[in-house]
Design a protein around this ligand. Structure first.
Ligand code: RFL
Ligand code: PHB
Length: 394
């Protein structure tokens, strides 16, 4: 990597790390990104699809909005299905004008990598951080392996953007951090299909057979999810079984037809909530999935990662420009307010929409009552819509 010192050493080249590097670079702050995987892997990893308005605005403001504006699909609503009925939530009408955009995480990552490789700060693929030392010194160090050799990068600040399974979190002494966690008794089987979406908007379907989500990547590609038991092997789900199950769970009175097509990818993701506090220890900071994860039902994970690094870039820029650490000192508390709101919303969406194991229970009845409430009360609908569309970033 040439220089062995940088102002901000960033571990992880997912959306959080790449966007942070972009924001710092634009503020004239020197930084470097170490990413353990290769470029192709990072660009193909199938994940999020829904961007809050604030997220899309940050991407535009830092010059990564061109393809987003051309190819992103702006959505004004989502549909909830239960008891064979469809109920639409009009997002702008319920939130004072906020909407969401369907633009895949894979595309954001490609756009940010292209910007960074074209005159941005150093971005090293195949560079696995092994440990961070010197948390309590003025110059923390990242020890990493690249092309079979070990290197050390000394930094003024180290930011862990290394996701849920990263190593930065463990550089904070155990007595200084606390993790709050919840696991759910189900997972999602997610598929990508060369089939046009069966609806113009996303459908979140509650059914006695389990939850189903009908999303999309483009006018030609569907992204679909089914609630499955933990430990499910995707090999037990041949394509026809997936389509039949999606059709059964999405069934509604009135016209609706599920369009089938070749399935091109299949994977199982467990549902988990987790928050590690605080998000800073001395000169080590955590951002995105490295600090917190949500079950995907609320579509919040990527949006939280973007919010964290936006707050962090502003704080580091303030420090660089004025010498004041005031914003940096507030970083963890500022982010955690938004994080806990998103944790609650994601938990609410998850527990309201997924079928509990076994026969219909007390919980199932509560879910139906809650869904009726959303369908009939503007207040209840607005509460969901405001959380889904997201709070403005400032
Ligand atoms: P990432 O994307 O996990 O990136 C972390 C990066 O760090 C690298 N890394 C290391 N690099 C160097 N040294 C080490 N020791 C390293 N250890 C790890 C990894 O290779 C990786 O490149 O975290 P980041 O940047 O914080 O971004 C978070 C988002 O990826 C995540 O929150 C979202 O994908 C969550 N999510 C969704 N979020 C939304 O906002 N809207 C959605 O619609 C949405 N849908 C989803 C989702 C996540 C899903 N899965 C697979 C969990 C749907 C699914 C199915
Ligand atoms: C997706 O398109 O991948 C997606 C959309 C909405 C969610 C989760 C995932 O809540």
């Amino acid at each position: 990597m040439g220089a062995h010192h940088t102002t901000v050493g960033i571990i992880g080249g997912g959306p959080a790390g790449l966007l942070l590097a972009r924001l710092l670079h634009r503020s004239g702050i020197d930084c470097a990104v170490l990413e353990s995987r290769d470029r192709g892997y990072v660009e193909q990893r199938q994940r999020a699809g829904i961007l809050e308005q604030g997220t899309a605005d940050v991407l535009r403001a830092c010059g990564a909005g061109e393809r987003l504006d051309r190819e992103g699909l702006v959505h004004d609503g989502i549909e909830l299905r239960y008891d064979r009925r469809a109920h639409r939530l009009d997002l702008p009408a319920l939130t004072g004008g906020r909407r969401v955009t369907v633009y895949a995480q894979t595309e954001i990552v490609k756009d940010l990598i292209a910007l960074q490789l074209d005159s941005g700060p150093p971005l090293l693929f195949g560079a696995r951080a092994l440990a961070v030392t010197g948390a309590d010194t003025a110059s923390p160090r990242i020890h990493y392996r690249h092309e079979g050799r070990e290197h050390t990068l000394s930094c003024d600040y180290v930011v862990g953007c290394d996701g849920f399974h990263g190593i930065t979190r463990s550089a904070v002494p155990e007595r200084e951090r606390r993790t709050y966690e919840r696991r759910y008794p189900y997972s999602w089987l997610g598929v990508l299909a060369d089939a046009p979406p069966s609806s113009d908007e996303l459908i979140y379907a509650h059914s006695a057979r389990g939850f189903a989500l009908f999303s999309m990547r483009s006018p030609a590609v569907s992204r679909l999810y089914l609630q499955v038991p933990n430990g499910t092997d995707p090999a037990d789900w041949p394509d026809d079984r997936i389509w039949d199950e999606l059709e059964a769970r999405g069934a509604v009175d009135g016209p609706w037809q599920l369009v089938r097509g070749p399935i091109t990818a299949k994977s199982v993701v467990p549902m988990r909530s987790s928050v590690t506090e605080p998000m800073r220890h001395g000169r080590i900071l955590l951002a995105g999935d490295a600090a917190h994860i949500v079950p995907p039902t609320g579509a919040k994970g990527l949006n939280l990662a973007v919010a964290d690094v936006t707050v962090l870039a502003r704080a580091l820029e303030h420090l660089h420009r004025t010498g004041s650490a005031e914003l940096l000192d507030a970083y963890s508390a500022t982010c955690l307010r938004r994080v806990w709101r998103a944790e609650h919303f994601s938990y609410f969406m998850t527990t309201t929409l997924h079928a509990p194991e076994g026969r219909p229970s007390f919980e199932t009845r509560l879910q139906r009552s809650q869904l009726d409430r959303i369908a009939t009360s503007r207040h209840a609908a607005a509460e969901l819509a405001e959380n889904y569309a997201g709070m403005p970033l400032r």
